[in-house]
Design a protein around this ligand. Sequence first.
Ligand code: HEM
Length: 394
Amino acid sequence: MLPKNSFACPFEHIKNPDQEADKISEIVGRTISRLDSRYPIPDKVLRGVHPKSHGCVKASFEINSDIAPSMQVGLFSLPGKKFNAFIRFSNAAATLGPDISDKGEHGSRGIAIKVFDVADEVLVEDEDGACNQDFLMINQPVFAFANTDDYLHLMRVLDRNNDNPDEFFSPLKLQDPTLTEQEKQKILNYIKAENIDQQGIQRMLNTLTIVKQIKSTAVANPLNIQYFSAAPFLFGQDRVMKYSVKPVYQISPTVLPTDLAVDYLRRALSDSMSQNDRIEFDFMVQLRNGDSDMGIENASSIWDEKQFPFIKLAKIIIPTPQREVNSDANKAQCEAMAFTPWHSLPEHQPIGSINRLRKDVYQSSAEYRNKEREFKNEFFIAVIFKKIVKLLFG
Ligand code: HEM
């Protein structure tokens, strides 16, 4: 269900709201059941996606003082205002693993920014009741899955095949002359069961292109790359934004190191955080106002930068050094935090199919992993208490 203060957005087109709600609740259920099978030990439950972090850092989110009056909307309505922020860098992969696969394939990288205490009212409050604005991005300008339907197909495939996504793309192999009749029939059954039409196949081809792009995109340092929201958000009541952050300065390493350790991205980040380099990102938006088909319901559609150039609205300053980035306390805080695009001012409401889906999925994933950890802690306290009682009283 959407929050009370969310806005009926004229740019969204929900074909069948009841059907969409059913699909979202199926995805929530499958996300939790995936967590159960990935993490059989309760206190080790990690995020449903982006479980691997390269580190968390403190930052300051500073609204540009020369911001044009027409851009003074929502978070950006107070030129020169500085907010405290916290940033988590991650890999998007659903499971933990090396930053580069043994086949030499790269993965999607994520950044999540929490801007603290932005207002008295947001769409969804943080667990502690705080009103924060979160910005979540990946290092591609498009999301690989266009809408809730396609994401549901993926979840069913992952559930059936123990996290192996290959079957999702199997319809694209139908013309392969080396297929046996049995293999062909299996694919046809999949197409029928998931009701995949010609448009669905077209989107699948697009997904495959994006996935190939992700696998070939090398990243040397999470602090050196541009990140994108991919999905659209409101910018006030009559405009839509996609947002992005881009480093102002390049810092080392800018090319892949020769020694690609399993966690080389964490190492690059913590090396940078132990030095005194200037680390700054520009926060920028592309804006549209209902000009033509904006692809709101398709998170894989790109907004051409030539036509819709990025406009700088704020700076993110990451003070250095922050040597505690690898400390246990920092890692624990990083793990416990919950980011969602729905931690948002109403003026920046998430919109479109993928964003509507994200609301319940993020909330359930965060609640589930934090509840499991608390449960395990309570369990341990109870065991230790019993042992002490036994020692004292026999
Ligand atoms: C435009 C599309 C998307 C972007 C840019 C995006 C980005 C991110 C990022 C950066 C994080 C890491 C947050 C952190 O560090 O805590 C994250 C977490 C997550 N994402 Fe997405 N994501 C997108 C779409 C989706 C979709 C469609 C789903 C599934 C319905 C999804 C499910 C999740 C989950 C379950 C988490 C972990 C939540 C938690 O346990 O706190 N994401 N996403």
